[in-house]
Ligand binder design. Structure first.
Ligand code: ADP
Length: 274
């Protein structure tokens, strides 16, 4: 009787083990497929500007007796070269945030400095579109993390807000502390009055190379990697990035990060328990 009861208990356990193994294999296959897709995507993204550069250099040679045409082609070569440089830089940034543990170099980082840096980075693009940028609530707030990675993440969000907004609109950056039992968090919200994002696209914009409108993204120098970088940085800092958006009205991207003091308190609490 007892043996039967035991085997009855073991049998479902066995099938659960098999199920786990199958799930593991499926997951391994999924990861492999994502890796293959990524390589294919990178190759495609590199081929586009390289192909254009090759065609344009031929055009320059053919137009050697037409200085105006040469100048026009050279200008377009410059745009393609910039695109290539941006793409390579973003690939380096992405691989860095995927492979490094940012918390090894973590320090308290002032939110007002991160915000000022992000605004600085977009000043030119915002200026040409007469977009007003305003920041508030950042005084005295500090987050815990890798300064360079956090700057890259916030910079990407502000850059997108400017890129996907029409002229003479406003981009706002607001920060606040949010009380939380495990340690307070800092929320940095970037709000624009731009084109917005549909519910269907909202689920996908954080994927590498996903763009709602590839032509528009390319026209603004986008690589489709920015939000993937932001998502990685948020996750590796025990934070998160979320989006609210209404099509045609605008978007708010919110970066949630551990507060500097709170992170240290958490460590103290843990060593107190020991
Ligand atoms: P990109 O280099 O194309 O900007 P991202 O990864 O930063 O790549 O963003 C992915 C896509 O999400 C963009 O191509 C764009 O379609 C959409 N997107 C990102 N931010 C915004 C925003 N603030 N407003 C509207 N659409 C946005």
């Amino acid at each position: 009787g007892e043996a039967l009861a035991v085997s009855a208990r073991v049998a479902p356990l066995g099938s659960r083990l098999v199920l786990l193994l199958v799930e593991d294999l499926t997951e391994a296959r999924r990861i492999e497929a994502v890796r293959r897709d990524f390589v294919a995507n990178v190759s495609h993204e590199l081929k586009t500007p390289v192909g254009a550069l090759s065609l344009l250099s031929e055009a320059v040679m053919d137009a050697s007796d037409d200085p105006e045409a040469v100048e026009r082609f050279a200008g377009r070569m410059q745009i393609e070269a910039t695109r290539l440089t941006n793409l390579v830089q973003e690939l380096i940034d992405l691989s860095r945030v995927q492979n490094d543990d940012p918390l090894e170099d973590a320090e308290p980082v002032r939110v007002d400095e991160l915000v000022a840096e992000a605004i600085d980075r977009c000043r030119h693009a915002a200026g040409t579109k007469e977009i007003t940028m305003a920041a508030g609530g950042t005084a005295d707030l500090r987050v815990w993390g890798h300064r360079g990675q956090l700057a890259a993440a916030l910079g990407n969000l502000v850059e997108n807000a400017v890129n996907y907004s029409p002229a003479r609109t406003r981009v706002g950056i607001a920060a606040r502390r949010v009380a939380q039992p495990g340690g307070d968090m800092i929320e940095i919200a970037v709000t624009d009055q731009g084109i917005g994002i549909s519910d269907k696209d909202k689920e996908r914009i954080f994927e590498r190379f996903y763009r709602v409108d590839p032509a528009r993204s390319r026209a603004t120098g986008g690589t489709g990697l920015g939000l993937a970088i932001v998502k990685h940085v948020a996750a590796s800092h025990s934070g998160e990035v979320t989006v609210w958006s209404a099509e045609g009205q605008g978007s708010t991207f919110t970066l949630r990060l551990p507060e500097a003091g709170a992170a240290r308190d958490r460590t103290h609490q843990m060593s107190d328990r020991d």
